[in-house]
Structure formats: C-alpha cells, structure tokens
Design a protein around this ligand. Structure first.
Ligand SMILES: Cc1cc2nc3c(=O)[nH]c(=O)nc-3n(C[C@H](O)[C@H](O)[C@H](O)COP(=O)(O)OP(=O)(O)OC[C@H]3O[C@@H](n4cnc5c(N)ncnc54)[C@H](O)[C@@H]3O)c2cc1C
Length: 323
C-alpha cells in the first residue's frame, strides 16, 4: 500500500487506485523467541488453519504446555482440557490476566480452571524447548522441565502492517488514527492495528477486541462515505466458560484502585477500575443485566462518582432511567 500515491498493489502485481481506503489487517501471532521454538508441534493461534493444525496434534491424553496466561492462553487451556488433554499453563505473571484484570480476578480464573483439570506454573519464564524433531519438553527459567507433546504460545500479536508504505508506524507496528479513525487523507484504520484516542481520557490506546473492531469499522465507514463521525463508543468484550459469564467494558491500562461490589472469590461481582478518581473500566461476573446499564452510563459519561461506588451497591438500571 502506497499512501501518497493512493494505490494498492496486490500480490499478483495488480495495482488498484482508491478514493478512500480502510486498513483492517488485524495481527499476526507473535512466535516464542526461545531456543527450540522451531520444533514440530509448537503452535501459535490466530487463524482457522492454526486451529486445525492444533486440533490435528491434540489427541486425547496428550500433554500440552500453553505459554501465556492471558486471553488466548486461557481460552485454549479451557478448551483443550475439556477435550481430555493434560494442560499446563506456564506464564511469567503471578496470576492469569494479571495485567488486564488484576490479581484477585486472575486468581478466580486460575482456581476455576484448576477445578477443571488445568495446571499452572506461574512466575517463571520459558527458557527453551527441547526435543529431537518434535517438541518433547518445556524448560522453565527456574530449571523445571515440563513434558510436552505440543506447545501453544499465546504471547500476543504484532499488528499486520508490514505491507504499508509511506506511513509512520508505532514501535509495536500499529498505526495512529485520530478520533475519526483517520490515518491520513482518505485513509482510515480500524481494529487491532489502530491506536486511537480514548474519548474519555484522551489517551492513545489500542485494543484487541472483536466487537471493538466492528465498532471501529462502522465509524470509519461513515467517515469514508463523507460524514464526520467521531468514535465515542465503549470498548467491550465478554466470555462464557465453565458456567461463568464474564464481561469487561471500557479500558484501564493501569489503575490506582479496584472497587469491588461482591467478591471475586465468590465468582459473582462487579469490579470498577479507578484512576485519578475516575472509573476507567468495569468488569462483571454474573451481572449481565447491570453491565448493560453500566455500559450505557459509560457511553453517556454518567457513571456514579467513585465516592458513591465505594459506599456500596448502586442500582445501575434505576440510575439509567433517571438520566
Ligand atoms: C483464537 C482467538 C480468539 C479470540 N477471542 C476473542 C473473544 O472472545 N473476544 C474478543 O473480543 N476478541 C477475541 N479475539 C480477538 C479478535 O478476534 C480480534 O481483536 C479481531 O478479530 C480484530 O479484528 P480486525 O478486523 O482488526 O482483524 P482480523 O479479524 O484479524 O482481520 C484481519 C483480516 O485482514 C487480512 N489481512 C491481513 N493482512 C493482509 C494483507 N496484507 N492482504 C490482505 N488481507 C490481509 C487477514 O487475513 C484477516 O482476514 C480472539 C482472537 C483469536 C485469534
């Protein structure tokens, strides 16, 4: 893609001109960067073909080590454990999802996964993989060796932007857009590759959520068609596994405090991530109805003040009706 010339060149050499272009090329899974990562049966997961390759190797009873305890690692662990594989998750943090959700909610997920047969090795990094042609073991930096028939790395993505020419890329490979998701004249970006201004804080953020990519796409399409629509939506994702319905809205890269209504250990709670006396994000376990009201309150910038949240439960549905 050549931004200045407003052209695209396809792999077969065809050159296409555009009046307006949306870049939504997503990401490529980051491979493990340790000795032995090139062995057979070492996988990443991004595409349907990746999942087929994993399933071909994932016979019942096989020992799988999953590297990374965030979204891809944990979802894959839950799924393969339910299929009768022996699953161990190895990750450097002290709890799953620690950086995104905090240690208490992370431990809740860990306990739930453990109850369903998944083992964890936390607080250690993978030093190397061993095997002749195919992987046979994962060696951690504390010296522990985990036997493995297959290894799956869930260690993040890199935005798929290597084909872009004439555009400044951020160090992580993403492209920065303005509030209209515009990169340059008649050029827009959405989804995993887009670093965009959070309208609530002004911070430039990048979020890898399926629904956010769709929210971005709609706004970019409006603007490509000549409208002037700013992105003012609330990022959101949900997951449902092992009888847990979990939702997260907003974005909080870090926080000063998490205010809980309910207790993560009980698997029934709301969690408010607060920074500088402002709620940046909300997580919910088994609170789907309240979360719908909370998201709407966030969208209208009408969440209750932090002081009120600290005092105890709030009726969010009622609050929504009042504004
Ligand atoms: C296994 C898995 C599970 C996930 N689960 C969830 C979940 O439960 N909830 C959630 O919110 N998010 C989830 N995600 C993340 C979510 O899928 C992504 O955030 C979302 O798909 C990003 O959308 P996108 O349009 O930016 O990119 P993508 O969906 O990755 O789409 C990019 C498209 O561009 C194409 N492309 C890339 N480069 C080129 C090129 N040079 N030429 C032509 N085409 C190109 C790709 O082939 C692809 O079709 C999951 C991701 C994975 C991998």
């Amino acid at each position: 893609m050549e931004a200045g010339a407003k052209t695209l060149t396809l792999a077969d050499g065809t050159v296409m001109k555009y009046d307006a272009l949306l870049l939504a090329s997503g990401g490529a899974a980051r491979p493990l960067e340790v000795p032995g990562a090139e062995l057979a049966n070492v996988f990443t997961l991004r595409s349907f073909a990746d999942s087929q390759a994993i399933m071909a190797a994932a016979r019942e009873g096989a020992r799988v080590v999953i590297v990374g305890a965030s979204f891809i690692g944990m979802e894959t662990a839950g799924s393969l454990s339910a299929r009768g594989l022996h699953v161990t998750v190895a990750a450097s943090g002290q709890a799953p999802f620690q950086g995104t959700l905090g240690p208490e909610i992370g431990r809740m997920f860990q306990q739930l996964w453990e109850e369903n047969g998944v083992s964890f090795r936390l607080g250690a990094r993978v030093a190397r993989l061993e095997g002749r042609n195919q992987v046979e073991a994962v060696v951690l930096d504390n010296g522990e060796k985990l036997a493995a028939d297959l290894v799956i790395a869930g260690v993040g993505i890199r935005p798929a932007t290597e084909m872009l020419q004439g555009l400044p890329l951020n160090p992580d490979g993403s492209v920065t857009v303005d509030e209209h998701l515009r990169v340059a004249e008649d050029l827009y970006a959405a989804g995993d590759i887009a670093r965009f201004p959070d309208w609530r804080t002004g911070e430039l953020i990048r979020i890898e959520h399926w629904r956010l990519a769709m929210q971005h796409g709609r706004v970019a399409a409006h603007n490509m068609a000549g409208k002037k629509t700013a992105f003012r939506d609330v990022p959101f994702f949900w997951t449902e596994r092992l009888d847990i319905h979990f939702e997260y809205a907003g974005y909080g890269r870090d926080w000063d405090e998490i205010i809980y209504q309910g207790d993560p250990a009980s698997r029934n709670f709301l969690a408010f991530y607060v920074k500088n006396q402002r709620v940046l994000a909300v997580a919910a376990c088994q609170h789907g109805q309240e979360m719908t009201a909370i998201i709407e309150l966030m969208r209208r910038d009408h969440l209750p003040a932090v002081g009120e949240l600290r005092q105890g439960p709030v009726d969010f549905l009622q609050r929504l009706q009042e504004i």
